[in-house]
Design a binder for this molecule. Structure first.
Ligand SMILES: NC(=O)c1ccc[n+]([C@@H]2O[C@H](COP(=O)([O-])OP(=O)(O)OC[C@H]3O[C@@H](n4cnc5c(N)ncnc54)[C@H](OP(=O)(O)O)[C@@H]3O)[C@@H](O)[C@H]2O)c1
Length: 267
């Protein structure tokens, strides 16, 4: 599977690193091109993948093209590029760019996959939601899934659900980072050194989520295991119950879904 990356920034780098580590690809299967050329040169130098000389070179030498530039760079796709992409599989990670808008730019691609990854992809623990323009062939389905699974977990959804996935897994890391930050700051204010508070909060988060994953128990059962009547956790949860944090979270998800719809020009 020869893959060409149009855009060679943070996300392309994470994908290339994972493909070389986890996938069947060797550096000679991968090729990249960027805007100024600087990031593509760095990616090629660092990871040994080929540096494309031009878009023509990139498209002609690749069976799958990953669009990994910024969403606004989609407008730089020319008619010539569209022709070169004829019969290719296009994989787009561009936030907010719908399958319709991608199909307008690549009308003769053999299929288009729209993907919403998240930043833990950088360490091979990403969560990606994805959808297709057309029913994929078995071969394309396997290619897309193996590419996405090389840097984490991948879930196929219907395109309208991409907005919800964006709010949940796309924005999710920021939510967890904020949560840990608030927790560590609160503990630090009570007298634990900040770096220790942060480390304890992170490890508590990792252990708790891993327990949740491995035990397959629902959140309330796991909470019940921690709480004893009138105990310490009870005091904490009662205090939270009396605050409006869960409304804030619910509203936040609603606002994120709405913003995603707005950015996609669907409202
Ligand atoms: N980072 C994430 O976690 C994340 C999550 C979800 C979705 N995404 C999506 O992933 C995409 C890339 O994000 P990123 O964080 O990797 O961005 P980034 O680090 O800023 O990289 C952008 C890349 O696009 C290249 N570029 C600029 N103009 C170009 C052009 N005309 N033709 C080809 N390449 C061009 C840049 O090249 P030069 O700098 O060398 O000019 C650079 O390699 C975005 O569309 C974003 O919506 C990212």
């Amino acid at each position: 599977m020869r893959i060409g990356f149009l855009g060679a920034g943070n996300l392309a780098r994470a994908m290339v690193q994972s493909l070389l580590k986890e996938g069947d690809q060797t550096p000679s299967d991968l090729r990249c091109l960027s805007g100024s050329g600087a990031t593509a040169q760095r990616l090629s130098d660092d990871l040994g993948i080929a540096l494309a000389e031009s878009r023509q070179d990139l498209f002609e030498q690749s069976d799958i093209i990953v669009l990994a530039f910024k969403p606004q760079h989609l407008e730089t796709i020319s008619e010539e590029d569209s022709k070169l992409a004829s019969g290719k599989l296009i994989i787009s990670v561009l936030a907010g760019r719908t399958l319709n808008s991608l199909s307008d730019h690549f009308p003769s691609a053999r299929n288009i996959a729209r993907v919403m990854p998240n930043t833990p992809a950088k360490i091979g623990k990403g969560v990606s939601a994805f959808c297709y323009a057309e029913n994929p062939s078995e071969e394309d389905k396997a290619s897309v899934e193996s590419l996405l699974e090389s840097f984490g977990y991948a879930y196929q959804v219907d395109e309208p659900q991409m907005h919800i996935a964006t709010a949940l897994s796309g924005c999710g890391p920021a939510l967890f980072f904020r949560f840990i930050d608030v927790l560590a700051n609160a503990a630090a204010e009570k007298g634990i050194p900040k770096d220790l508070a942060l480390e304890v909060a992170i490890k508590t988060g990792l252990g708790s989520l891993e327990l949740m994953r491995q035990s397959n128990q629902d959140p309330q059962t796991l909470i019940d295991e921690v709480v004893s009547p009138n105990g310490v956790t009870h005091a904490l949860l009662e205090s939270l119950k009396n605050s409006d944090w869960h409304y804030g979270l619910e509203n936040g998800i609603t606002d994120a879904v709405n913003r995603s719809i707005e950015l996609a020009g669907e409202r």
